[in-house]
Ligand binder design. Sequence first.
Ligand code: SF4
Ligand code: SF4
Length: 406
Amino acid sequence: MSEDFYLEQTKEMILSVASRCRKCNYCYGVCPLYQSTRGFQVQGPSGILQAMAYAIKWDLIDGKNGNDLREIMYSCTTCNSCTLRCKASCTGIPVLDAIEKGRALLIEEMIGPVTEQKKVLESLALKGNSYDMPSQKRLDWLKDLQEERGIRVRLLPDGQPVDVLLYVGCTAAYNEDVKDIARAMIAILRASGMDYGVLKEEKCCGSPARRIGEEGLFEEMSDYMAERVNAVKPRRIVTLSPHCYNTFVNEYPELSAGVKIQHYTQFLEDLIGEGRLEIPEKLGQTVTYHDPCYLSKKNSVTREPREVLKCLLEEDHFVEMAHNGSDSLCCGGGGGRIFWDPEETNRLSETRIREAMAVGADMLVTVCPWCRIELEDAVKTLDVEDKVQVMDMAVLISEAMGADAF
Ligand code: SF4
Ligand code: SF4
């Protein structure tokens, strides 16, 4: 496809979606971005859409308007609430798809993304991860398991078939604060007796590139990863991040048909149901669950994490927050925002922590490395570390398994 044709198609798509918007503004009521600022400085969903459409119509994508447009388009967390709301209450236009196309257009016009995200794109292109880390260090999270505990994990492909391919993702592989999620999954896989392995040459699935709007880079990265996964031929892929899960499920047509793709909570539910995983210690705390948008609002995965969590808790120790399931509140880290910090009157992650405390939870469990980073940070900035704790579900399970974990 020629570049001109691609640009024309992108513009037409945005204009077509914007023309079907009835400007009823129902979507504003669910947009975390709009709520975080109460309309100060940034727009809500249909406002973002119309800003982009008018910029196309009146030829305003230029140096003069670029800064404003960039700020408007990149503030969105891509939580998908607007699309769900529009479908439920009005015309059902794909608001988020059009916003993401708008970002792709800004990249083509050299106006997007924000500076911090430019560095992420460079790192993805050169090093295969979003954190500017050497690719040779991607498997360091496994080192102490191998060196201190003598645990051997299959590095794939190794010429043999495998049941579970554990796709770790950049954040759990490189970020010291959340590497324990990857290690916890190894403990669970070992305890369950599953045949599993990790990729020798894992790279980012490409999700940050697509969310930021760098379509060409996304295609390069997804081609690379699909080729690696297809060479392994696993029966299923289990991801630690809801973002990788969403990408593999919805954005990887190149993956061989028949491979089952699961977020780790879906896999855990299977293990428990098959009697492969027993959780001996039950938690006595009052616990609530934070739905990551890329599970709940993008892929309707809300039941499985709750089922697993209930197996971990003493009876009646689970409480729901006011916003839950597909009506959950966003932590603020999606859509490439984990890499920069847009100004907000009310930080989204802090609002979520307040909501957890309001229902009396002393533990907030999540199943996304980015949500955990955002929410743990909010607990510190709100100075409520002694009141509410943020935990990852896989880590909780491996802790409950105690000495049997490895
Ligand atoms: S709910 Fe849909 S139709 Fe109404 S303003 Fe939002 S995007 Fe437009
Ligand atoms: S995706 Fe979420 S943050 Fe972005 S405009 Fe829609 S509701 Fe607002």
